[in-house]
Design a protein around this ligand. Structure first.
Ligand code: GDP
Length: 455
């Protein structure tokens, strides 16, 4: 665990409210703030810039890929809020971009700030007096409670209940171990070591699973694979170009994974979509086309989203439905795009849930982009099972994992109850951070509530 009063670390946090906004602010404070920022932001050497100056440039990840275009503010100690060197990146506001920037900072040596820690530093460095610091702390507390609730709501599928159940069992053991300490001289074991070991193994396996879901489960990390399909001449290529042209600045080609389809990255509010253009769907008239068609079905099978495009001025609604019936499958989000709406006859009607577009005239693209974004933001695209998509939870899991590991090792080596209890308490704290129950008091209450043996 970190020492709050230790000012050696460089801390980082999202300083803007939780959730998506137009802009988010990532704030770094500490000795290495500028060098960490320099590693990611290559437009200029930030250490050479004046305090209170603003710089435009791109953030790059370790692989040299652009992550986002940001405005970087440089504040040099002691004239900053914390009196330390402070960097603030104003980036695009999607949770995905925020988390990418955060994890880059963490991998570069910063650690996540605890609630109120920037203000704490301002106080420790003599920038604020205690009353001022408290006022800020109140505000922050109100905010982070809401943020915490939101984060909890994001976790699906009884995940926090599961953790809470295991945490209670562990608490029981911690209490028993503590109790042994009171009988130190008498060499008693209230806590069955075998049972404790089983519980620890169970918890560790569960934590591992959740950690893996963080690494793999996040569809956003890789980009949402999105297939563009439809009959030849429906306007797929035109649509692809129209979508990409508007985003030219942040679009890049993916080096050809296959030759039969083109993959391009489309960035909507910081969420990456991997757009895959396919050969058209049509009864195969020759061998070569047959291969293309088969590939289309294969691509659809591997994708999360299908954009089905049809020529609304030519294709009847029945034909369109027939195509869709062959393409839909479980777990595939489908958006139906009625293209060439500029050529619709007077009075021609289309199904209400079809998006009316004209790729050529660039009409309806905004609605399409919002719909794509909402698929992700409103959680219509899911991975299977529980996923952890919050960096703070991930860190808590990691801490919990290490503590459980240490306790298991301690058991194996026959460590005494008081040392075991220390690791278990650390694990309880970490798990409690996830379920929102951080409680030293919990432990005491459990001991004195349940085992009131005349003390
Ligand atoms: P693909 O075979 O599905 O990739 O279709 P293309 O993008 O090559 O388009 C086929 C033809 O339809 C081209 O001549 C386009 O200019 C035209 N087209 C595409 N979108 C529209 C549109 O919204 N309105 C009109 N009027 N023509 C379009």
């Amino acid at each position: 665990m970190y020492n709050y009063l230790d000012l050696q670390d460089t801390i980082v946090a999202v300083a803007s409210p939780a959730g998506a906004g137009a802009i988010a602010v990532i704030r770094l404070s500490g000795k290495s703030a500028i060098s960490i920022a320099n590693g990611m932001f290559r437009a200029k050497d930030l250490s050479q810039q004046e305090s209170h100056s603003l710089h435009l440039g791109y953030i790059y990840d370790e692989a040299g890929q652009r992550v986002d275009q940001v405005l970087c503010s440089v504040f040099k100690g002691p004239t900053s809020y914390t009196r330390e060197d402070v960097i603030e990146f104003s980036c695009h506001g999607s949770p995905y971009i925020q988390q990418r920037l955060l994890s880059l900072c963490l991998r570069s040596g910063a650690r996540l700030a605890k609630e109120g820690e920037f203000t704490l530093r301002a106080f420790l460095n003599g920038q604020l007096d205690l009353a001022q610091a408290e006022a800020v702390a109140d505000l922050i507390a109100a905010d982070s409670e809401a943020a915490h609730q939101m984060a909890l709501q994001q976790m699906r599928g009884g995940f926090s209940q599961q953790i809470e159940g295991l945490r209670k069992e562990l608490l029981q053991f911690a209490s028993l171990l503590e109790l042994e300490l009171d009988f130190g001289e008498e060499d008693v074991e209230f806590a069955q070591r075998k049972e404790l070991e089983e519980l620890l193994l169970k918890i560790r396996a569960m934590i591992k699973q959740l950690m893996d879901s963080f690494q793999l489960g996040n569809v956003l990390k890789e980009g949402v694979s999105t297939v563009l399909a439809g009959r030849p001449n429906a306007g797929k290529s035109t649509l692809l170009n129209a979508l990409l042209n508007e985003e030219r600045a942040i679009v890049s080609d993916i080096a050809g994974t296959t030759r039969d389809s083109i993959e391009e990255l489309l960035n909507i509010d910081g969420i990456q979509f991997r757009l895959i253009d396919t050969a058209g769907i049509r009864e195969a008239s020759d061998q070569i086309e047959a291969i293309g068609v088969e590939k289309t079905y294969e691509k659809i099978a591997q994708s999360t989203v299908l954009l089905y495009v049809y020529d609304a001025s030519q294709l009847s609604q029945e034909e369109c439905e027939a195509d869709l019936a062959r393409l839909r499958r479980e777990g595939l989000a489908v958006l139906v795009l009625a293209n060439k709406c500029d050529q619709l006859e007077e009075g021609q009607t289309l199904a209400a849930d079809h998006f009316r577009l004209s790729a050529k005239q660039k009409e309806g693209l905004g609605e399409l982009r919002s719909a794509l974004r909402n698929l992700v933001v409103e959680g219509q695209i899911h991975q299977q099972g529980t996923t952890v998509n919050n960096l703070r939870h991930y860190q808590a899991l990691e801490e919990g994992y290490q503590a459980i590991d240490a306790a298991l090792l301690g058991l194996e080596e026959g460590l005494s109850g008081d040392l075991l209890a220390m690791d278990i308490r650390a694990a309880l704290r970490a798990l409690g951070e996830i379920t929102g129950k951080v409680d030293v008091e919990d432990l005491l209450e459990n001991i004195f509530g349940q085992f009131c043996i005349g003390k």
